[in-house]
Design a protein around this ligand. Structure first.
Ligand SMILES: Nc1ncnc2c1ncn2[C@@H]1O[C@H](COP(=O)(O)OP(=O)(O)O)[C@@H](O)[C@H]1O
Ligand SMILES: [Mg+2]
Length: 318
């Protein structure tokens, strides 16, 4: 059994304009020690999926249907108290823009020690400090910087500290929401490489969330491409990168690949993200798609299985 298996998950928000379908029938799974990357433009539902896995949807958000099986148990049936036990201990999340959320008036090392003490009542202060030292070493921050305040850290170091915080209770799964977006490319690359090394040596499962396909291409075993709340393409890294089927995936890749461009047929179509209050029954990408034909809008979509490790939601592919 995979560590995490998500089955036909649909999530929405009550808004003043009506019910907004943020995530529609999304299914995926993640093995222990593996990594999965979700990629797609702003508003496609990435953060909503992460928040649902953590049991932290805002009050106007709710899961409409589906299952989230973590270690074979459906998290959606759990009480608040049971979710509190799982959150941070078993599943941790690096929130979008988290590095700006370090408390400016506390030393970075103390903040992580506090998090350990809050969740592990049996641990002494000395022991917590010792654990922070080990975490700093793991994420590549010199021990002598434990006593610094956040403003004394560079952006890259802040992000390393946030990764250390997420790892503090040794979760089995870490969800990293746009973990390197605020960093310059070189620092981003270093951090992703180290996160990958940690994930492999500690056998943690990771979900990376990014609007940038190069981030998930660099780090993940599997890739899920989201558009308008739907998982339009999902498969192993190699399969999705080397033989993308969905026109939207090709579009994302064409803006990233410059060297091996076998994708001269791709036209980048500008356009808005789809209306999620009253979504179309058919393809939500159709208005921006260069392969569009009239039926795309109307036909309910079904996944086309390209291979056992690759599926695509497009009536014109396959
Ligand atoms: N609290 C909320 N209330 C209403 N709509 C929301 C809320 N949070 C997100 N949404 C909407 O849900 C959709 C998905 O958002 P989100 O998951 O944040 O996307 P992403 O992380 O991919 O940018 C968007 O249309 C967004 O406007
Ligand atoms: Mg987001």
């Amino acid at each position: 059994m995979p560590l995490l298996e998500v089955d036909q998950l649909s999530i929405g928000y009550d808004t003043s304009d009506g019910y907004l379908s943020a995530v529609s029938d999304v299914s995926f799974s993640l093995e222990k020690g593996k990594s999965l990357g979700f990629v797609g433009e702003s508003g496609c539902g990435k953060t909503t999926i992460g928040m649902a896995l953590m049991g932290l949807l805002p009050p106007n958000g709710s899961v409409r249907s589906g299952r989230i099986l973590f270690k074979e148990e459906n998290l959606l049936g759990k009480s608040d108290e049971a979710m509190r036990q799982i959150r941070w201990n078993e599943i941790a999340m690096i929130f979008q823009a988290a590095m700006n959320a370090l408390n400016p008036v506390h030393r970075v090392g103390d903040q992580i020690a506090e998090a350990i003490l809050a969740h592990r009542p049996g641990v002494s202060k000395d022991e917590a400090r010792h654990q922070v030292k080990a975490l700093f070493e793991m994420v590549g921050i010199p021990k002598n910087r434990m006593k610094d305040y956040p403003h004394q850290y560079s952006g890259g170091m802040k992000q390393r500290a946030i990764i250390a915080m997420a790892m503090a209770l040794r979760p089995k799964l870490i969800i990293a929401d746009e973990p390197t977006t605020a960093l310059d490319v070189i620092v981003q690359d270093q951090i992703l490489q180290e996160a990958k090394r940690l994930q492999e040596t500690l056998d943690i499962s990771m979900i990376y969330i990014s609007h940038d396909i190069s981030v998930v291409a660099e780090t993940c075993h599997d890739i899920g491409v989201l558009y308008g709340g739907q998982l339009v393409e999902y498969g192993s890294r190699e399969s999705v990168l080397e033989s993308p089927f969905h026109p939207y995936t090709k579009m994302l890749l064409s803006s990233f690949l410059t060297v091996s461009t076998k994708r001269a047929d791709v036209v980048i179509v500008p356009g808005d993200t789809p209306n999620l209050i009253n979504p179309l029954p058919g393809c939500r990408f159709c208005e921006r798609c260069s392969y569009y034909e009239a039926s795309c809008k109307l036909k309910a979509l079904q996944y086309v299985t390209i291979s056992p490790t690759h599926k695509v939601l497009c009536s014109r592919c396959g």
